[in-house]
Design a protein around this ligand. Structure first.
Ligand code: ATP
Ligand code: MG
Length: 256
């Protein structure tokens, strides 16, 4: 569980996050949604400690990120898996070497054990046969899966994904969403995903935080998105054609 308390962040006097309060639960895919520029990436960067908020607290299962010393912070970092925009695989390494990289950096296991673990993670994301290939030799969806395998190599408690579906077609996006959701449940991770993909919202939106201009405007589940009367949320989701249709059907149901 990650608790975010009263997080405020400004750049040059401009408030980008205003007094954000929320709880991200474990074993769930927690989504941060909102328009481009609403503050999703800044929020995730504050949560993982890449940026320091002006005010507030961030608690990782009760441990306060902002008062940790270097050693505690390093220990916490090992419990985090990250999947950022693009897959950011190393081009000069094979897929297997990419997945082994965090293990080589942080694990004390033997080379054989590390390779076994990396192969296990590749198997988990259905890339059993791709270990010997280079990133340039595989598709975008495969790269994303390889990046997921690398992100879970150290068995993280917390998984952070910033726009995991960027650049993928809708069908591949669904596969990636399902994979992230499945491993979240399987390993009881606290997973936080930034997205403006409405398909993801409806597919894996178990706990959704909607941010508008740096303010938490709404929080709920995918089922509650459909029936919400929050104007800002509706404006946001009505921008999607699919959603307009779903909402219209829902409203006809309510009237009839
Ligand atoms: N390092 C920075 N210095 C100054 N301003 C910044 C910095 N990082 C982000 N911002 C500003 O903060 C605001 C929120 O940006 P952020 O990247 O969090 O948006 P986002 O919701 O992730 O958008 P997108 O969906 O396009 O990724 C923007 O106005 C951005 O210009
Ligand atoms: Mg962003």
């Amino acid at each position: 569980m990650i608790e975010v308390k009263n997080i405020t962040k400004s750049f040059d006097g401009r408030v980008v996050l205003h007094d954000i309060n929320t709880v991200f639960e474990d074993g769930k895919t927690n989504l941060i949604i909102g328009r481009s520029g609403s503050g999703k990436t800044v929020l995730i960067k504050n949560i993982i400690g890449l940026m320091k908020p002006d005010k507030g607290e961030i608690l990782y299962d009760g441990r306060n990120l902002l008062t940790m010393n270097k050693h505690e912070l390093n220990m916490l970092r090992r419990e985090m898996g990250m999947l950022f925009q693009g897959s950011a695989l190393f081009d000069s390494m094979t897929v297997l070497e990419n997945v082994m990289f965090p293990l080589d950096m942080f694990s004390n296991d033997s080379a054989k054990e590390r390779q076994k673990r990396a192969q296990f993670c590749l198997d988990r994301v259905n890339l059993s046969e791709a270990g010997h290939l280079f990133p340039s030799e595989i598709s975008g969806g495969m790269m994303k899966r390889a990046a997921i395998a690398r992100a879970i190599a150290l068995n993280p408690k917390y998984l952070f994904c910033d726009e995991p579906n960027s650049g993928l077609d809708p069908k591949t996006s669904l596969i990636i969403d399902d994979l992230i959701h499945d491993i979240t449940v399987e390993y009881k991770m606290t997973t936080i995903i930034n997205t403006h993909d409405m398909n993801s919202v409806m597919n894996i939106g178990e706990n959704i935080i909607f941010i508008k201009e740096g303010v938490k405007e709404w929080q709920g589940t995918k089922e509650q998105v459909i029936t919400s009367s929050n104007k800002a949320l509706n404006d946001f989701i009505f921008a999607s054609d699919l959603f307009r249709k779903v909402k219209e059907i829902e409203m006809q149901h309510e009237e009839g």
